[in-house]
Design a protein around this ligand. Structure first.
Ligand code: ZN
Length: 136
């Protein structure tokens, strides 16, 4: 597979406003974007950490999957996003290798990325996102 690096880590938080001081004031990272992803019912905040980003995910409503995640497992790492080339090809290859896909076809994610999720039951317990920047 053509996986180059960790594009971002998705971190579930109860409140971006409460979480940001840790990332900005303690670690010294900078938030460069806050974006609502309505169809995912999350508000996101992005910070840069080298070539990797940190994506803070705040649920917008009780029925958000992130709200359910926090209820079950608490705040913390929610998913790992891997940068891939040609996301359609990588998804097909993953499916061929027996990986269960959450998204059969790629869709638009936050921060201008094209994304697709793989099911944690077939990725060693880690909710995994393939991520391709098609604007490059
Ligand atoms: Zn993500």
């Amino acid at each position: 597979m053509k996986v180059s690096h960790i594009e971002h880590l998705g971190i579930a938080v109860k409140s971006i406003d409460e979480a940001l001081p840790y990332w900005e004031n303690v670690l010294g990272l900078k938030c460069y974007k806050i974006e609502e992803v309505a169809d995912q019912k999350v508000r996101t905040a992005f910070l840069k950490l080298g070539q990797t980003k940190i994506e803070l995910l705040e649920p917008m409503g009780e029925d958000s999957t992130v709200a359910k995640f926090i209820e079950n497992r608490g705040i913390g790492i929610h998913h790992m996003a891997l940068a891939v080339e040609n996301i359609e090809e990588q998804l097909a290859e993953a499916a061929d290798k027996g990986i269960r896909l959450i998204d059969q076809t790629p869709r638009k994610g936050a921060d201008g990325m094209t994304i697709a999720f793989l099911h944690p039951k077939s990725t060693q317990g880690i909710l995994t996102e393939f991520c391709e920047d098609k604007n490059k």
